[in-house]
Design a binder for this molecule. Sequence first.
Ligand SMILES: Nc1ncnc2c1ncn2[C@@H]1O[C@H](COP(=O)(O)OP(=O)(O)OP(=O)(O)O)[C@@H](O)[C@H]1O
Length: 490
Amino acid sequence: MATALEVSLEGTDFLEISQSDGTVSHKTAAKLEDILEVEKTKCNIELTKEILTIHGTKKLCRSIPVASILSAVCRDKSNTTSQLTVQYIHKTGKSNLKISSICLKGDTSVCNAWETKLQEYIKLVPHRPQRLLIIVNPESGKRKGLKIYKSQVEPIFKLARIETEVVVTERAGHAEEMMSSRDLSGIDGLVLVGGDGIFHEVANGALRKIQKDSGIDIDNTYSSMKPLMIPVGMIPAGTGNGIAKEFFGCKDPEVAALAIVLGQSKPQSTFSVHANGKLLRYSIILLGYGFGADLAYEAEERRHLGTARYAYALTKLLVGNKQRCMDMEIEYLPEESPLVNKSESKDRLKEDWKKLEGRFSGIGTFCIWNNLNISDPRILHNKDKGAIVAVTKYTSRIQFINFLYRVVKGQVIELIDPDFSYLKLLAVHSFRVRLKSPSDPETKEGLLERLLNVDGEIHHLGATEFEARCRPGLVQLYHCIPSDDKKGAS
Ligand SMILES: Nc1ncnc2c1ncn2[C@@H]1O[C@H](COP(=O)(O)OP(=O)(O)OP(=O)(O)O)[C@@H](O)[C@H]1O
């Protein structure tokens, strides 16, 4: 039976190394120490604000970072003894997060005190969300968004004692409208249950509101824009789920929920897309002009086919039609150029812009990388600060299908491979596209020349030229902790 020791909070010396001058200083930290039973073996248990340590037999010994503890709850309470169950999150394999638990048995008063202290320390973990706004798209993917949230996500947030406000969208555009007026103060993070489309809507609504509130001229490509200050987490319930795959390494809603509880986030490159002197959209996933827009247009025309519409559109474009090419002028500011800011003049920047001219079948950006595994790391120095633009010249259908297949499968694309000589990849901050001889807007060709695929949705440019400017870190997303994390529970 566990001893009914008084909970002892004692001052303990810890070594702390000062970052600035390298000198070693001492700091006193509170440590809770007790003897409790783990699997019928008495163990010495210690708790600091950072770590829960169990000293016992080799099998029972472990250190659990407080940051990874999901919950600490006293159960089976009697007058004398109880069981404190500590559930913690840990990594298994490359990207999976799992819940494990450990039961500590002891005197009821001792267990109660440990529960209180653990909950207190969990609340002190930096970045861990305490209040989340959840937006569910009930229509995404197989229309299981709400069910996924209720059965797989909500229980995890409840265990983590996260306060939630849930909004279920009622129609397309609802999430964007709501975010364009919603005050986000007091909210630690946004959680979206659905696919890439709902993410695109929320980001557009929220980013426009932030710029408006700060008096920023969003239509001016030279304006510095303000970032969304709280992270966004994507619970995969859509069709493609590109964002969830990129940030959690999988499409598992539970893994996504656990990663959100841990609270780690990283910035994501975002483009502001301008046409006709106006901000058209913010693009967070991809942009497609030419082939990419044709694909989205053909798919949209067959929305009733559900997810099969993309396969239909691709087949129609690759088999049925002659590959469409356009005479384009492309100007771009390479990723290694100094970032543009307000104080720089347009003339000074002109020197850094580079130009490409020719007949191209399309131009597209890749901000989300999980589908593109480019072997040459020099292509983009810093994933968080720029994006890749792919320009495609006319090529044979077989070669083009080979390229698309590799992108979809995330296979390596060797730029020196002669098979990809028709493809030019540029790491950019900004780019401009202009059609040299536009077709009559009343013809189908003319219509397609005025369309842009922004994050999978089709948008009318109202022109045959546009500019896209990369905005590093405008949004940040919850993601899984890196796999080499040394602090994981051992
Ligand atoms: N309640 C609703 N009813 C109908 N449409 C909605 C509703 N809420 C959102 N939408 C629209 O559904 C579109 C698609 O949503 P979402 O991206 O979440 O799912 P998906 O298309 O299945 O997934 P993915 O984009 O990952 O392929 C969004 O563009 C959004 O405008």
